[in-house]
Ligand binder design. Structure first.
Ligand SMILES: [Fe+2]
Ligand SMILES: [Fe+2]
Length: 305
């Protein structure tokens, strides 16, 4: 069993420390964390929470999501599924906290969630199973609550110690969601922990080659949104073609899921062919944006999203 160890403390939104820095996430520690408030947190509907639904509608109208989500039936399908998602109240309070603290991360989490639903719909037929899986999607970066805003919004490459602090968000999210959901094997908690792992073992926090469909879906959606969105350190984002070429390259070199990448490419085509007919090509015609630092050694080379 691989060992997870916290590099920094994990605190909730009120500043209460759940676990101290250097804590090993052993089974007894996780069970205590999960059991402490097992029935204390009421469930709330995600879309009904404050302006979440209206914000999602606005975000989905922005390019290139307007192409991906083109058509009333797609919007309907997203909101039909998302409308049934219920989360513990502190999770929604935390999500909404980002709306003031770090709007990029708030928008990013909702767009990754919407895209993950669209991709999951192509790969999971049963609605109940689909709902069960997509519940894990809206809050994959919740652990960024435990990263100083100065690091999240820094405009220049991060120092090695800042990278360690940024990467802390994966285990911090796992700890927070284990606590809020009351179970350490909860899929949302595992997605928070594992969405920066890579299929070739090159990711973090452990370098584990994860094999789980929903984690594969969030992984690809996360990288895609990170590439096409403006970031503090990269005011000009990748264009859609270059982003898809970068993702295709990662799929073809075994870093991320080929199947999920095919679905993403099919969703980006106006006629929406079935994903099985979309072949992956290594041809690269686009250029990354000027002054891009994505993938540089001095940065968070496996995607700082
Ligand atoms: Fe992310
Ligand atoms: Fe992340």
């Amino acid at each position: 069993m691989p060992e997870y160890r916290l590099t920094h403390a994990v605190t909730d939104i009120t500043g209460r420390e759940l676990l101290a820095a250097d804590t090993r996430l052993t089974l007894p520690v996780l069970q205590t964390l999960a059991g402490e408030h097992k029935t204390a947190f009421p469930g709330c509907n995600l879309l009904s929470y404050c302006r979440v639904q209206a914000d999602m509608v606005d975000f989905l109208r922005e390019p290139p999501y307007d192409v991906i989500f083109h058509g009333a039936d797609r919007h309907q399908a997203i909101f039909d599924i998302a409308g049934d998602v219920v989360m513990p109240e502190p999770v929604l309070i935390s999500l909404y906290h980002f709306r003031q603290l770090d709007f990029y991360t708030y928008r990013h989490m909702l767009l990754v969630f919407a895209l993950s639903i669209l991709i999951a719909r192509e790969l999971i037929d049963d609605r109940a199973a689909l709902l069960q899986e997509v519940m894990a999607g809206p809050i994959h970066d919740i652990g960024k609550l435990c990263v100083p805003p100065a690091i999240l919004t820094k405009k220049t490459p991060l120092t090695p110690s800042e990278i360690v602090h940024l990467r802390h968000h994966a285990l911090a999210g796992y700890v927070l969601l284990t606590h809020f959901f009351g179970e350490h094997e909860n899929l949302a908690a595992r997605v928070a922990r594992d969405h920066h792992e890579r299929k070739d073992g090159s990711g973090y926090p452990l370098g584990n080659p994860i094999d789980n469909l929903m984690i594969d879906i969030i992984m690809v959606s996360d990288i895609y949104d990170a590439l096409i969105s403006p970031r503090p350190y990269r005011p000009v984002s990748y264009n859609n073609r270059t982003a898809l070429e970068e993702i295709t390259h990662q799929a073809m070199t075994g870093i991320i899921s080929k199947t999920v990448t095919r679905v993403l490419i099919s969703l980006n085509r106006r006629l929406k062919p079935h994903y099985s007919s979309c072949t992956l090509s290594s041809e690269r015609r686009g250029l990354p944006p000027k002054d891009n630092v994505y993938g540089r050694k001095s940065e968070d080379s496996s995607d700082p999203a």
